[in-house]
Design a binder for this molecule. Structure first.
Ligand SMILES: *[C@@H]1O[C@H](CO)[C@@H](O)[C@H](O)[C@H]1NC(C)=O
Ligand SMILES: *[C@@H]1O[C@H](CO)[C@@H](O)[C@H](O)[C@H]1NC(C)=O
Ligand SMILES: *[C@@H]1O[C@H](CO)[C@@H](O)[C@H](O)[C@H]1NC(C)=O
Ligand SMILES: *[C@@H]1O[C@H](CO)[C@@H](O)[C@H](O)[C@H]1NC(C)=O
Length: 333
């Protein structure tokens, strides 16, 4: 991922597996530490809120102290308001070992009044190139919204306020690697992505408007298996044992419900603006094998020139003009 900072392996600690329960970790330092840009990190409301700022001297970020192997993760984020063009605010998980795994939420800022883009991506064994971009059905800078990941042996769900916006199913039978042996750390960062983030990089960061501040809360809601020593097979096995006993590793979480299928179809039909699955030029004309499995019963046929431009070039029209079906606060299935 562009511009992100990976955790030094010196931070790996050699203790046994532990488990974070919902009520245990309401305080930042139980789970996280400041990764970089300390001067731009603020704690508010008894450390229940962390604010990350981007200035012309640095971005900032925090990360989990240990990586996790499977679980349910979430964070409430209120994005940079007003002029956020050029900024990228992220919430993601990533491993630090060779052929890494990564699950990304990246919020691409915009000029005042223009819509953010939420880009998600999945890296399995070091290979990403699975970007999807959507518009949200609300203004993500007006209030906190919850962004979540459910990761088990069968699938990975990306959730926005509890609604599925993306799924990545196990497809090892199709020779697609799955994220099932590398524990991942949790990261939250804000950084300058002006070379690519806003309207394909045409709109740069306006430093007169700094600092750009994003707020994070809901820090203690993960239900996941933390790994103190990633190199210990015993610790990894303990997370598998935990998985099969946990709510996140058992039905109904091993497959999408009918409601979740409807949510995904709605995202596909109303909010999707870029999908690697239909950008076949990137893949020698052949659709990546997992695509058919991950979009349930929707047509993946793309009209030439539609939805296959990663820069999503602006034609000088507003979002609503170009996407007349798109209305705010209308996510109901
Ligand atoms: C801190 O808590 C107060 C009271 O609940 C709330 O109104 C305020 O928005 C919180 N601050 C941030 C930055 O979230
Ligand atoms: C960063 O912004 C500050 C405040 O606007 C300004 O004084 C400073 O010169 C800027 N630094 C750089 C490297 O642009
Ligand atoms: C910013 O706004 C423009 C114009 O509405 C739109 O084309 C673009 O998708 C928006 N988002 C980003 C991140 O560029
Ligand atoms: C940059 O931000 C400043 C302060 O918010 C604003 O007055 C100015 O119009 C902005 N410039 C551009 C090019 O948007």
């Amino acid at each position: 991922m562009l511009g992100t900072i990976k955790l030094p392996t010196s931070l790996l600690r050699l203790i046994a597996v532990f488990f974070t329960g919902a009520a245990l970790t309401t305080i930042f330092s139980d789970t996280y530490y400041v990764l970089y840009g300390q001067t731009n990190v603020k704690f508010l409301n008894n450390s229940k809120v962390v604010q990350l700022a981007l200035t012309n001297s640095t971005g900032s970020g925090f990360a989990s102290k240990v990586p996790y192997l499977f679980g349910q993760f979430s964070m409430k984020v209120k994005l940079v308001a007003g002029d956020s063009a050029g900024t990228v605010t992220s919430y993601y998980m990533a491993s630090t070992t060779k052929n890494w795994c990564e699950l990304d939420f990246e919020f691409l800022g915009n000029s005042t009044g223009q819509p953010y883009i939420l880009q998600t991506n999945v890296f399995a064994e070091g290979v990403g190139n699975r970007e999807q971009r959507i518009y949200l059905w609300f203004d993500p800078s007006a209030d906190y919204h919850e962004y979540g990941i459910l990761w088990n042996q069968a699938l990975i769900m990306f959730l926005v306020d509890g609604k599925v916006i993306r799924v990545f199913h196990r497809a090892t039978d199709l020779k697609v690697p799955y994220l099932d042996y590398q524990p991942m750390y949790i990261y939250s960062t804000i950084w300058n992505g002006e070379t690519w983030a806003t309207q394909g990089g045409r709109v740069k960061t306006n430093w007169t408007a700094q600092p750009f501040v994003a707020s994070y809360t809901g820090l203690g809601k993960n239900n996941a298996c933390g790994v103190k020593d990633s190199s210990s097979t015993r610790d990894l096995h303990a997370c598998y044992a935990m998985l099969y006993q946990s709510s996140y590793g058992q039905p109904p979480n091993l497959a999408l419900s009918q409601t979740q299928i409807s949510q995904l179809k709605l995202v596909h039909d109303k909010y999707l603006i870029y999908d690697y699955c239909t950008d076949l030029n990137r893949f020698g004309g052949v659709q990546p094998p997992e695509c058919g499995r991950n979009w349930p019963s929707v047509s993946l046929i793309v009209e030439p020139g539609q939805r296959n431009d990663i820069e999503f070039r602006s034609h000088g029209l507003s979002m609503f003009e170009r996407s007349p079906h798109l209305t705010r606060d209308s996510f109901t299935v």
